[in-house]
Design a protein around this ligand. Structure first.
Ligand code: T1G
Length: 690
């Protein structure tokens, strides 16, 4: 049973025992009802000490049950029984008390937490609202404003902050022991939260919460609904408030946004070492990073953050000094934002060695090359690494585009080479594409996955192709954006259309941030192999020729007068008009929905190609790449989850319509036809279960 009960004298104990994190599913709900009935049948019990596992008091309702209809006993009813129990329950909280776990603690008469605990109501991050009394009890306990903040953002708080808020009554290193011997009068004086007065109205706090949600959680339904429910607690009694809360929870959990957020939640946790990979990883307590530019410094700092020792290698003394400055700049920024302490900064500096002597990394067991994107440069770096590092050291390249197989072929033993494609800023972005070359050994691959876990990154296995998974999809996204620009739109219209979809920014503003020269260099690299029959749009090249490289030159697709926000640049429109004239194109208006339809279908079609070729293993891997590496809105579940919402039939119809304009760009991939015909989802068709 996932709930154990026993007594020691006058003290009863109820332990949630459903590893790994005490997710509260049907079995636990039944066990809690049994525990209440057991407690009520006992004589002479002074209290019940409710506790869980060290790792988790309770992680919340079992989200895996949300796809199926609710099954009684329902959590709000279970919690009401606990709150009404004659014997007072004391929550001894360790690890986490999240969602239903926090709501469970709220129905206890007293709450004690261990330092380091995380407590909160993160339901909105799963696209739902608290569904077991949280929106009604929490504001009664800690006041409207604090409850609005916790519930509408979904952000948990520490035990210390929880005590300041009044969410818990005390902290103790051993909450169970403290609860066991707590003065009974203290417990009995502590009221049932459900019996507390309704919180006082606070229009200002409500408006502040709504404003924050409008800006931070644009398009998302749950946060706004949560604010409605918390506000309801000021005017409505508990049973009615809970009934409305429950109705909202049941409605939202079946909605598209909740399904999408649940999908990403579980896909992220499923992104671990592939089942077929049984090799042991190599050690990586000392890592060499080659190249101290933006990417290399970010990668080095990611390793420092994870407690590793890093030797950052450059070409000469001057470059070494620059590399040191680049890492120091990240440390200073982390200090300024309060992400690390002074001691943490010192610790990181002590574990970093910056050098241009490869011999200084002679005992490194892993190297990550982040040098200039030139095959010759990379080959010389790998030759030097082979010379100076141990024979069993895994050698990784961070290349974004170049052929990992060609790099590996430089070495006596190509099997030690793997691609580890980080995303800038490397110490922040969670995605890590792990690129398996033809000769990559299982050990090298396992090392990549083990490193990803250690860095708390989201690893996605990729085969070798131009751009791997994410950049290959991105290239098609941008190609079609340029097509729409040439044929009648503007960077502003295209960006706005994609922001309305849910991106933080559109393709043109993004390029202005990263620099137009990067994609330009990549287009030059592909000149020799480009299909001469495929339409090539020159606008971006002409921008680079004009020196308009983006924000770093003060102007790119937009102008940034005085470093302020972006403004449209008439030169871009002139270039588009001119290029359309040369291409004999009659320009026309594009609506936002037409823009979104084209850009989405271009990405979906290419993603299906990536899956058909086996470059990516599953549709959910594509979702992880697009959400964690390319800003695809999380509440839409990723590119292929979104494709399944549209449906293969509709995607096929759109592609066939567009293919009449340009068959090369728009011809539907076979799997889209297959899914359209069989009614299979992309998630089923590309489940990855091989
Ligand atoms: N439901 C089902 N499974 C869960 C789960 C959950 N709520 N939380 C975690 N798991 C699984 C997870 O999939 C993984 O499985 C394993 O546990 C370890 O998780 C009524 C409606 C608790 C901070 O949003 O934030 O309550 O891969 O790898 O890094 O009002 O899990 O081993 O098979 O993440 O130590 C609200 C979600 C639910 C918290 C632990 N609760 N969980 O992090 O381990 S809705 C949440 C987390 C709700 C009520 C409402 C984290 C964690 P597997 P992990 P971790």
């Amino acid at each position: 049973m996932s709930v154990d009960v026993w007594r020691e004298g006058a003290v009863g104990f109820v332990k949630l025992n459903n590893p790994p994190v005490n997710a509260i599913g049907l079995d636990t709900r039944k066990g809690l009802i049994d525990a209440v009935e057991w407690a009520e049948a006992q004589d002479g019990l002074s209290r019940i000490v409710l506790h869980g596992l060290d790792r988790a008091f309770a992680a919340g309702a079992d989200a895996r049950e949300f796809d199926a209809p609710p099954v009684a006993p329902h959590l709000p009813d279970v919690l009401n029984r606990i709150e009404a129990c004659d014997v007072p329950w004391v929550a001894a909280i360790t690890g986490v008390a999240l969602g239903g776990g926090c709501e469970l603690a709220l129905t206890c008469r007293y709450r004690i937490a261990k330092p380091g605990v995380q407590i909160g109501l993160p339901e909105v991050t799963l696209g739902v609202v608290p569904g077991a009394g949280g929106t009604q009890r929490l504001p009664r306990l800690i006041g409207l404003k604090a409850a609005l903040d916790l519930i509408s953002t979904g952000k948990p708080v520490s035990a210390e902050r929880a005590e300041e808020l009044g969410l818990i009554d005390g902290r103790a290193d051993d909450p169970v022991e403290t609860a066991h011997h707590l003065d009974l009068g203290t417990i009995e004086l502590s009221p049932r939260v459900g019996n507390l007065e309704r919180p006082k109205p606070n229009e200002t706090a409500v408006e502040q919460a709504r404003t924050l949600v409008r800006s931070k959680s644009t398009n998302q339904i749950a946060p706004a609904r949560a604010i409605d429910l918390v506000t309801l607690s000021t005017t409505t009694d508990l049973p009615d408030g809970m009934a409305q809360e429950r109705a909202a929870f049941v409605e939202l959990r079946q909605g598209e946004q909740a399904r999408a957020l649940r999908h990403i939640f579980f896909a992220e946790r499923g992104a671990r070492v592939p089942r077929s990979l049984t090799a042991d990883p190599g050690a990586f307590d000392h890592v060499a990073v080659v190249g101290g530019g933006t990417m290399g410094a970010g990668i080095a700092y990611a390793f420092l953050n994870a407690g590793l020792r890093v030797t950052l290698l450059e070409t000469d003394a001057e470059a070494t000094a620059r590399a040191q400055d680049n890492v120091e700049r990240i440390i200073a920024a982390s200090l300024k934002r309060g992400l690390i302490s002074d001691g943490g900064a010192t610790d990181r500096r002590q574990r970093l060695d910056v050098s241009f002597d490869y011999a200084s990394a002679s005992d490194a067991t892993l190297a990550v090359e982040a040098a200039f994107e030139s095959m010759d440069v990379k080959k010389s770096v790998f030759t030097a690494l082979q010379k100076h590092l141990p024979k069993n050291a895994v050698l990784a390249t961070n290349t974004s585009y170049l052929d990992v197989n060609e790099i590996a072929a430089t070495l006596d033993d190509p099997s030690r080479v793997v691609g580890l494609h980080f995303f800038a800023p490397a110490h922040i972005m969670k995605l890590l594409e792990i690129v398996q070359g033809e000769r990559t050994s299982d050990r090298a691959l396992a090392t990549g996955f083990a490193l990803a876990k250690h860095l708390k990154k989201v690893p996605v296995l990729s085969g070798v192709c131009d751009g791997f998974i994410g950049n290959r999809i991105l290239a098609h996204y941008r190609e079609v954006a340029d097509t729409v620009l040439l044929e009648g739109s503007t960077p502003w219209e295209i960006d706005e259309a994609m922001v309305e979809f849910g991106y933080a920014m559109g393709p043109y503003e993004t390029q202005d941030l990263s620099g137009l020269d990067i994609a330009h260099a990549n287009r030059r690299r592909l000149d020799a192999t480009r299909d001469p029959n495929r339409r090539y749009i020159k606008i971006a090249d002409r921008m680079v020729e004009l020196g308009k490289l983006g924000k770093k030159t003060g102007a790119g697709w937009y102008r940034y007068p005085g470093g302020a926000g972006k403004v449209e640049d008439p030169i871009v429109a002139d270039l588009a008009i001119e290029e359309a004239h040369f291409a004999k194109i009659t320009r026309r208006e594009y609506s936002p929905s037409e823009i979104r339809e084209r850009l989405m279908c271009a990405m979906i079609n290419e993603a299906v190609g990536i899956l058909e070729e086996g470059i990516a293993a599953s549709a959910s891997d594509i979702d992880l790449v697009t959400v964690f590496g390319y800003g695809f809105p999380r509440w839409r579940g990723g590119l292929m989850h979104y494709a399944d919402q549209i449906g293969a039939k509709n995607i096929l119809a759109t592609l066939e319509k567009l293919a009449k304009e340009d068959a090369l760009v728009w011809s539907p991939r076979q799997a889209i036809r297959d899914c359209a015909q069989t009614g299979t989802s992309f998630a089923q068709h590309f489940s990855g279960k091989k």
